[in-house]
Write a protein that binds this ligand. Structure first.
Ligand SMILES: *Cc1c(COP(=O)(O)O)cnc(C)c1O
Length: 483
């Protein structure tokens, strides 16, 4: 199985994705193994197990392909895949030093490196399953810092509701986290962003904080974003920190996507002021090409992790050697994968400069793609790029020429998902489609460059031309134009 998986990793395939229905997955499995997806309970032969793996590989998406431009991750570096394999073989838990001595220290070393990059002397942190989990940690620790009794008393035992602030472009995980926390959607306030840059409007933020105080709520948290998920916008971290200092609020920066800018000389300015934040989330499994999952939550308030400590006597005993290095009582999990190994190995292999090259290459490719869109007769740029995200939509002559504005708007709304489906079916590229309140009613393509080491600009050019061409294909246009 390992040989087969390594061969898959090394293969250079033409197609990005198979657009397969659940029925086809079932059919391919049946053809290869005699059984469909159902776990019947009967033991299968070794060969049938191999064929089961083969069917899964055959019907999966090649996120490794340079034209997988759908989300904010893509290729995984060989060294990180090696690290992932080592973690599988070591099969241990990052909860006590006793069962993960070197891996505990490796995590510590990565946390300290990121702390230095951010500009902190004191730092603590954990690898998490991703940005969503890091944002939950931020809210959880911040509320504990503001209201230490909450751990014992519970969230509902206070008459005035706590409230938190993010921008309208913040990641949806804040909404999920506020539900888990018992804050509720009503107590996560979304502040408007600047139309041109996508950054949170700092005056509106301060006004929203004052308004919620006047309403009898208790603000405790502001979550900014460095690299928003759709546009790649950067909030002004320094200006928001000043607001947070005036109002005594925890400032968390969600840098899951844009955080690697810290490594780049030319992009670091976008993160100016990050050292004044109280905590930061950073994903290594996005722009830095580390195998999923590999993400970090760091804070300059180590004691705030105390909210998670329960001192379970069957795991944590003070008299065990090096018990002070146990990370387990900082986590909301018990067992936790030692994901830091992957970025630690990648950092050793590539150094700061190698990682920075990847970041710069992605942003440079995105800028050139945006330039190409700007001058393309049949594509429209939706936002000026501020990072590695390129937002654009096809504008075929046949739709622009329609006299009826309603018909034109309807066709513009239908077209991007149809083009995406066609590209997916052909397997030539996978690119996400989304909407944004500053981009009208029609969806648009959000192309994300996270393949700094394998994507050529000529691939991008070809793909953009192909989108324009597919948008003008008669059958597809007829579907977009139909009543
Ligand atoms: C991707 C992303 C997240 C979520 O990260 P996961 O690792 O998928 O949980 C959070 N915030 C931002 C800004 C992101 O781009």
């Amino acid at each position: 199985m390992v040989d087969r998986v390594v061969a898959y990793y090394e293969a250079k395939e033409e197609r990005v994705a198979a657009l397969v229905s659940p029925l086809e997955v079932e059919r391919i499995l049946k053809a290869r193994t005699g059984e469909g997806l159902c776990v019947s309970g009967a033991a299968m032969s070794e060969d049938a197990v191999m064929q089961s793996l083969e069917a899964v590989l055959e019907t999966s998406v090649r996120t490794q392909h340079p034209l997988f431009l759908n989300q904010l991750y893509g290729e995984s570096s060989a060294v990180s895949v090696g690290g992932e394999a080592a973690l599988a073989v070591l099969n241990t838990n990052a909860h006590t030093y006793e069962v993960a001595p070197a891996l505990t220290l490796v995590e510590r070393a990565v946390v300290e490196r990121v702390g230095r990059l951010v500009g902190w002397e004191r730092v603590d942190g954990l690898t998490t399953s991703g940005g969503s989990m890091s944002n939950l940690y931020a809210l959880h620790l911040a509320r504990h810092a503001a209201d230490p009794e909450v751990a014992k008393r519970g969230a509902s035992g206070r008459s005035a509701p706590s409230c938190a602030f993010v921008s309208e472009d913040a990641h949806y995980s804040f909404l999920k986290a506020s539900r888990v926390m018992g804050l509720g959607d009503d107590n996560l306030v979304a502040v408007s962003t600047d139309r041109a840059s996508g950054a949170v409007d700092v005056d509106s933020l301060e006004a929203a904080i004052e308004k919620s105080r006047a309403e009898g709520r208790v603000p405790f948290f502001v979550g900014t974003t460095a690299g928003t998920t759709v546009r790649g916008g950067f909030d002004d971290l320094g200006a928001v920190s000043e607001v947070c200092a005036r109002h005594g609020l925890w400032h968390h920066c969600d840098a899951a996507w844009g955080g690697p800018a810290l490594l780049s000389e030319s992009l670091r300015a976008a993160m100016r002021g990050v050292e004044a934040c109280d905590s930061v989330a950073l994903n290594f499994h996005k722009l830095l090409n580390v195998a999923l999952p590999c993400a970090l939550f760091v804070t300059r308030h180590p004691r705030s992790f105390g909210v998670n400590a329960t001192h379970a006597p069957y795991l944590f005993q003070d008299e065990k050697p090096f018990a002070d290095l146990d990370p387990g009582d900082k986590s909301i999990q018990c067992g936790r994968k030692a994901d830091a190994l992957k970025i630690w190995l990648a950092w050793r292999a590539e150094g700061d400069r190698g990682l920075a090259r990847t970041v710069d290459a992605c942003v440079d490719l995105a800028r050139r793609a945006a330039d190409k869109v700007r001058t393309h007769p049949r594509l429209d740029l939706v936002f000026e790029p501020t990072f590695a995200n390129v937002c654009f939509r096809p504008s075929p002559r046949q739709i622009a020429a329609l006299d009826d504005p309603d018909a034109r708007a309807r066709a513009a709304r239908r077209l991007p998902p149809l083009v995406k489906r066609e590209m997916h079916a052909r397997g030539c590229a996978l690119i996400g489609v989304t909407t944004h309140r500053y981009a009208g009613d029609a969806p648009f393509f959000r192309l994300v460059v996270a393949h700094g080491n394998s994507l050529e600009f000529s691939d991008l050019e070809r793909t953009l031309d192909l989108i324009a061409d597919i948008s003008e294909e008669p059958a597809l246009l007829a579907e977009a134009l139909s009543q």
